[in-house]
Design a protein around this ligand. Structure first.
Ligand SMILES: Cc1ncc(COP(=O)(O)O)c(C=O)c1O
Length: 488
């Protein structure tokens, strides 16, 4: 039963510590578990018969101890207890040597499995349809096609103007001032990045990327005959500017490709100052920055983070994004704001496929103008934040001791580092036998790194997913026990 004795309430300055102790007890007993919302300040003040200020102090103390976390305009939540990965994940010297990419059959198979609806999607970075406004989008799409008639079947080059106006308006929140004419609508963010690479690099060139890095871009780099130079990255700050500076002195680099906000797979958020430093450093070397900001709107904070493009004074940053993580991956609507590279990217886009499909552009333009996008974002951010805490807690309970993971402040991806004895690719195959799909760490590097890491997706959280995490933890423990006899 909750209650602070009157003796305690006489405890003067330590009163808030006692309240904090009571709350800690409730968490330890499992009354409130990771991801659960804690009672409001008012409720606890009444319950413990103390002032709201005392409860606030107690919550602040528990925040310092990392037992709970505040979410703006939402309240206080129990944190997950899994140890956090903070340092750079790339072992060895500051910079590796550029590597030619070899596309493995495994990578292709894993991408296929990510789309296989028969499998439990524990690895795929696709938003859950449960969290997307499907009915609303369907209604809007039907209405737009009826209302606009031929606009739905004609080419929209360089994209439907009303959509480009909406994107230009929304870009202000990301620190980008651009006119609709500076926006090129693409078939998803992937095409925007592809066009950017084609525009800025020639076969044999070297491109600097974060490590670990989104595997689909690794394939793209390979297809274009480019070499990737992996720069260490931390879950907290993203790509190391210091290592990149060093690399720029050692190697001829043609472009740099970075996911600045809630990167895939680390979930890192580059602080504003680092974004500025990155842009200035590359500008000094006259090197273009390709910025992927596909997760930027999925912050757990009230305000979305700024972008590197916001600091671009010379038009050298090619900003790329899409609605695939927030509204409709299947619509295939993305965009680029490419500065000095805009004309060349438009030319290439025209050669490749003229224009993206028109109907999804009409629907998204109307949704952005009238559909309550901000309301939708608030809801999906809350859901992801809760899912991430719950998944992290489940990993803490079911995976072998020594497992660590990232604590992202946005997006819905978790990067899990298991004890070294566990081979992530073997775990991937074992999980498939149990109808579970995950993405093993080695896909995120070109040089056999991250062999005991996996990427998990917290886009969805329910009993089935929890059961999947339990199974995965058991499989990981079995693999470890085989490696270290005597360990259960
Ligand atoms: C960092 C990043 N960029 C791009 C994409 C794909 O974007 P789109 O579906 O808009 O082409 C993904 C999907 O996982 C991603 O994680």
């Amino acid at each position: 039963m909750i209650g602070i004795t009157s003796e305690m309430s006489k405890g003067g300055s330590l009163l808030y510590e006692r309240v904090a102790g009571e709350i800690t007890g409730l968490v330890e007993q499992g009354t409130f578990r990771a991801g659960d919302k804690l009672p409001s300040l008012r409720q606890l003040s009444r319950r413990f018969d103390v002032s709201i200020n005392t409860v606030m102090q107690a919550y602040a103390l528990l925040e310092d101890k990392r037992l709970i976390q505040a979410r703006p305009q939402s309240g206080y939540y129990v944190r997950s207890r899994v140890p956090e990965i903070r340092e750079s994940l790339l072992p060895g010297g500051p910079v590796n040597t550029p590597t030619t990419v070899t596309i493995s059959e495994l990578c292709h198979q894993i991408m296929h499995n990510m789309m296989n609806r028969e499998l439990l999607p524990l690895g795929s970075a696709i938003p859950s349809s449960q969290n997307l406004p499907i009915d609303k989008l369907n209604r809007i799409m039907a209405g737009e096609l009826r209302r606009l008639g031929e606009q739905g079947i004609l080419y929209q080059v360089p994209g439907y103007e009303r959509l480009r106006v909406q994107i230009a308006r929304r870009s202000l929140a990301a620190g980008i001032s651009s006119g609709p004419d500076e926006i090129l609508v693409t078939s998803g963010c992937v095409e925007a990045v592809f066009l950017a690479l084609r525009t800025t690099c020639r076969s044999g060139d070297t491109i600097a990327v974060e490590s670990p890095f989104y595997f689909n871009f690794m394939q793209m780099i390979a297809e274009l005959g480019l070499k990737a130079l992996e720069i260490p990255s931390t879950p907290r700050d993203g790509i190391s500017i210091e290592a990149l500076r060093y690399a720029l002195e050692q190697e001829k680099i043609s472009a740099c490709l970075v996911i600045t906000n809630f990167s895939n797979p680390l979930g890192s958020l580059m602080p504003e100052e680092r974004k500025r430093e990155l842009v200035e450093l590359l500008a000094r070397h006259e090197i273009p920055l390709i910025e992927d900001d596909i997760y930027g709107d999925l912050t757990f904070d009230n305000e979305r983070p700024t972008t590197a493009k916001a600091f671009d004074r010379e038009g050298r940053v090619i900003y790329c994004s899409s609605f695939s993580k927030t509204l409709a991956p299947g619509y295939r609507v993305g965009w680029a704001i490419a500065g000095r590279y805009q004309a060349e990217m438009e030319r290439l886009k025209m050669i490749m496929n003229i224009a993206p499909a028109s109907p999804p552009q009409l629907a998204l333009a109307e949704f952005l103008a009238t559909g309550g996008y901000d309301h939708h974002l608030r809801s999906i951010r809350r859901t992801h934040a809760r899912n991430i805490t719950q998944m992290a807690d489940a990993v803490a309970r079911h995976f072998p001791t020594g497992t660590r993971m990232t604590h992202p402040a946005g997006g819905f991806i978790l990067w899990v580092e298991m004890p070294e004895g566990i081979d992530a690719i073997t775990l991937y195959h074992r999980a498939l036998e149990e109808q579970i799909s995950i993405v093993p760490g080695p896909l995120f590097s070109l040089t056999a790194k991250y062999g005991h890491h996996i990427r998990l997706s917290a886009a969805q959280w329910d009993e089935k997913i929890e059961q999947g995490i339990r199974t995965l933890g058991r499989l990981a423990s079995e693999l470890l026990a085989r490696k270290i006899p005597g360990r259960a």
